[in-house]
Design a protein around this ligand. Structure first.
Ligand code: GLC
Length: 438
């Protein structure tokens, strides 16, 4: 793979291999279903060569929408071999789940409005109008649900109830908060060194990827335990927030929501629709509330514990996402860029690490605890460009091209030497490289 055209051809091949007709799976074996933010990123790439197929990718996501407006983070493939995955969630326990589609009971970062707008850029005026008209009601209902259920105090920040909802599964702020939470004794016992091989026997992910590149057994078990609890409460938010609450206002999620709100307003404007007043009010609050996640002492944004209202002072890639949100001041953006210039923070040879190098969590090949991911880089690049930091955006892109050229469309890479890790291919790695090179 040398020229951009070769990279694009290679990327299209990866996407073709994971194409299921109307949607694309992230990676055969490891991630065999349809994921919410994955499909959004994937459609952003596909729109460059097959805009109709990109539209299908989004439409197929919308078929999973719950009656209350939620977009689920996974739509499961049918088939007996996937029975265990569906059973883990049992979305049918909640009356709002759709009838003919098996989904999860959680959501994921709301990238849909962005994907819809980006696809719109590739359509004629008339086509764009009907594309926006057909997707707009779904996105409005989704955003209304986000505020109605996930912002119970009407503060403008939405809460997440499982790390899977952030898309950054084992990101340090969540792992630290989880460690402080009370968990059943069996988790501690099962995650002991002695039982490690036994647990790996039942873990599916470590059949595909080295265990040193995935979550630890403790993290895996805790995530499953939180999921079981949500299932026991049938994904009823009142019950979930009633007792032994574990909820975080995640910085990554909320920044993506702020950007999505902006894009939803663009869609409304283009079709001359009037967004509900209540939703507009929440949107305004979100932008203002983002500043409450800023810590003046360490000069960073953080996620916040919903119950204690304390910031979780644990740096992660989320710290840079306000660039993508786009509502912070230029001066504040410049402060964030500073971190991108420091090699021991977010500016090593191959930026941008999912955890800064000077964090005690940093591990160059371990999932969301250090490696560079193509999707978070894409989000940061979008933000940098909008704030006029073209040079920084270009540098990140050039380093990504180097890593991809050398190792292919892998799941993630070491920020120190660019060496690959995780799944052999990941659909969004391919799709977003197409977008960056087109
Ligand atoms: C992993 C990632 C998540 C992604 C999913 C499918 O769980 O953490 O963000 O959506 O894989 O690719």
């Amino acid at each position: 793979m040398e020229e951009p055209a070769d990279i694009i051809a290679g990327a299209r091949e990866v996407l073709r291999a994971s194409d299921k007709g109307d949607y694309t799976i992230p990676a055969a074996g490891l991630y065999p279903h349809q994921w919410l933010w994955d499909s959004c990123f994937i459609s952003i790439g596909i729109r460059h060569y097959d805009v109709e197929r990109a539209q299908k990718e989004i439409k197929s996501l919308l078929r999973g929408q719950w009656l209350n407006g939620m977009l689920p983070h996974i739509i499961f493939l049918p088939g007996r071999e996937h029975y265990r995955d569906r059973e883990l969630f049992r979305a049918d326990l909640n009356p709002n789940s759709p009838n003919n589609v098996a989904t999860s009971g959680l959501t994921q970062p709301p990238m849909v409005a962005e994907a819809v707008v980006k696809i719109g850029e590739k359509l004629s005026l008339v086509e764009k109008h009907s594309w926006f008209k057909s997707t707009y009601p779904h996105i409005v209902r989704y955003h209304e649900w986000l505020y109605a259920e996930r912002d119970p105090h009407d503060e403008g920040l939405t809460l997440q109830v499982h790390p899977w909802e952030t898309g950054l599964d084992n990101t340090p702020p969540w792992m630290r908060a989880l460690k402080d939470h009370k968990f059943p004794l069996w988790i501690r016992i099962l995650s002991s060194k002695l039982l490690e091989p036994a647990v790996h026997l039942v873990r599916r992910d470590t059949r595909f990827v080295r265990s040193s590149e995935r979550l630890t057994n403790f993290e895996t078990l805790v995530l499953f335990s939180v999921q079981r609890r949500l299932k026991r409460k049938a994904y009823d938010i009142d019950k979930i927030l009633d007792h032994s609450i574990f909820a975080i206002e995640d910085i990554n999620f909320n920044c993506i929501l702020i950007r999505a709100n902006h894009q939803l307003k663009q869609i409304a404007k283009a079709i001359d629709a009037k967004l509900p007043e209540k939703l507009l009010e929440s949107m305004r609050k979100s932008e203002a509330a983002l500043e409450s996640l800023w810590d003046e002492q360490t000069k960073q944004y953080y996620s916040r514990n919903f119950v204690t209202h304390n910031l979780i002072i644990e740096p992660s890639i989320g710290a840079l996402m306000p660039l993508y949100a786009g509502c912070i001041s230029k001066e504040r953006a410049a402060e964030l860029i500073e971190m991108l210039h420091q090699s021991k923070v977010f500016g090593p040879k191959f930026p941008v690490p999912s955890v800064p190098l000077n964090s005690s969590w940093f591990d160059p090949h371990r999932y969301w605890q250090g490696p560079v991911w193509i999707n978070t880089n894409w989000l940061i690049i979008e933000g940098l460009k909008r704030y006029g930091f073209e040079k920084e955006a270009e540098h990140i892109k050039m380093q990504m091209i180097q890593m991809i050229k050398k190792s292919g469309f892998r799941e993630y890479f070491s920020p120190i030497d660019g060496s690959p890790a995780g799944s052999r291919t990941l659909s969004w790695s391919a799709a977003l490289m197409i977008d960056l090179l087109s």
